[in-house]
Design a protein around this ligand. Structure first.
Ligand SMILES: Cc1cc2nc3c(=O)[nH]c(=O)nc-3n(C[C@H](O)[C@H](O)[C@H](O)COP(=O)(O)O)c2cc1C
Length: 423
């Protein structure tokens, strides 16, 4: 019998261990019955969304080596039981930039996430607020900075793709600042447009444009047409990245490639950091770091964090998986700045592995997207609850009463893994 002893929880209430959310609604109970893990949500998202839309969210770039490797790298890391520790008062709560987190996770920025659900970005932001974690709005979002700012009590972060037109980018950053956003993430790993052949094969484009391929695809998903696309068309028009000036991504003919070229960052350099720092008063991070010397430089530039990321396997294919380089970067700068990682988190145990190797928190992109596609705000909340439940379970087995207790002894890196080689 592997279940925890009932006696421990009967004598000692453990409110922290549960999600801390309000009593489950009918919708949330139904979701909990039907979708046990993130993969269940992914399968249902696949069924609901047009193929072109689903693949845009789900897939990687080129041969999808990094996409697969992100999961494989987490799987290679093993956890160790720590026995006979009273974990009855454990809690996955954490803290970042002086504010509490319901668990050490941040909703990652994902462009055009509003195609998952009508006002999907707002629903996802509301779910994050209800759950108690920050939500990051991507530059290429369908929903505006000011609309997201209306989520009461929300910890909103803004992700910036720096445009060639610096002044236009600074205007966006000022809008996020004036709207009360808490933190700024400058994405530094999208120097050029990534190669994602399937978008072309599927006829998928952003702004969403009709061609015969996508029309046939949408016709086979009438639920998405009725509940997502038509409501947009009746209210704000064809969904498009709202922060992009018309004539760049806003022009129907420019499409994903046009958006990518407008968001082009191939002239971005360290020189840009100081100017952003002048405009942005709060915590600022860069996302897409792989090298210790870049992390060192980020510290020198006074940044509040570095995010190790390969963009969820969507940009440089063959890029290293962040979890594999985490120990190296933590050794270099972990005592001077916050090291966060993303790419491949699908289980709560993945979060624990990242914490054990020195991450302050993880970001997750696709988990929230799958959840939102399945059930809007409730679906996103369910995805977060699944991760937290799994994290809590892994913490109990590994003897961690708090996330700070996760450390090198929590994991086994093994002689076979790249992580283990220099240990
Ligand atoms: C559909 C999608 C769109 C994304 N759009 C952006 C974006 O606009 N800006 C950005 O910095 N990262 C973007 N990302 C990358 C995420 O912020 C994050 O790095 C990635 O999703 C992490 O991997 P995961 O999905 O395995 O959690 C996107 C990811 C996905 C899946």
């Amino acid at each position: 019998m592997s279940a925890p002893a009932a006696g421990a929880s009967a004598t000692q209430p453990r409110p922290e261990v549960r999600t801390g959310l309000a009593a489950p609604t009918l919708a949330s109970r139904r979701l909990a019955e039907r979708f046990q893990d993130i993969e269940d949500l992914r399968r249902e998202a696949k069924r609901r969304l047009p193929k072109g839309v689903f693949e845009f969210f789900d897939r990687g770039s080129e041969d999808e080596i990094s996409l697969a490797e992100n999961r494989a790298a987490f799987r290679r890391i093993k956890l160790r039981n720590k026995v006979l520790v009273d974990v009855s008062n454990r809690s996955p709560r954490s803290e970042l930039f002086g504010k509490p987190l319901a668990m050490p996770l941040v909703v990652a920025p994902t462009g055009i996430a509003g195609l998952t659900w009508y006002m999907g970005e707002l629903e996802l932001a509301r779910a994050a607020q209800r759950f108690g974690v920050p939500f990051t709005l991507a530059t290429p979002s369908i929903t505006s900075i000011e609309t997201i700012a209306q989520v009461e009590g929300g910890r909103n972060w803004f992700q910036l793709y720096m445009w060639r037109d610096r002044e236009a980018s600074y205007q966006l950053v000022k809008r996020a600042r004036d709207a009360g956003f808490e933190a700024l993430i400058l994405t530094v790993d999208t120097q050029v447009s990534p190669i994602r052949e399937y978008n072309r094969r599927n006829g998928f484009n952003s702004p969403f444009t009709f061609n015969w391929k996508i029309a046939a695809d949408v016709a086979m998903h009438p639920g998405w047409l009725l509940n997502v696309l038509l409501p947009y068309m009746r209210t704000t028009g064809m969904p498009r990245p709202i922060h992009y000036p018309k004539g760049s991504a806003g022009r129907a003919t420019s499409g994903l490639a046009g958006m990518a070229s407008a968001m082009r960052g191939d002239d971005l350099s360290w020189d840009d950091i100081a100017r952003l720092r002048e405009i942005w008063p709060g915590p600022m991070m860069i996302k897409g770091v792989h090298l210790p010397e870049d992390a060192e430089r980020a510290v020198k530039e006074g940044l509040d964090g570095v995010i190790l990321s390969n963009h969820g396997g969507r940009n440089l294919d063959g890029a290293v998986s962040p979890i594999e380089i985490l120990p190296e970067i933590v050794a270099a700068v972990g005592n001077r700045t916050n090291v966060l990682i993303d790419s491949g988190v699908r289980r709560g145990s993945d979060i624990l592995k990242a914490l054990a190797l020195g991450a302050k928190a993880v970001l997750s992109g696709r988990c929230g997207l799958y959840g939102t596609a399945v059930g809007g705000q409730e679906g996103a909340l369910h995805a977060l609850s699944i991760l937290r439940k799994e994290l809590d379970t892994s913490m109990a087995y590994t003897g961690c009463r708090s996330v700070d207790e996760a450390g090198p002894r929590t994991v086994w890196l093994g002689p076979e893994t790249t992580l283990g080689r220099d240990r």
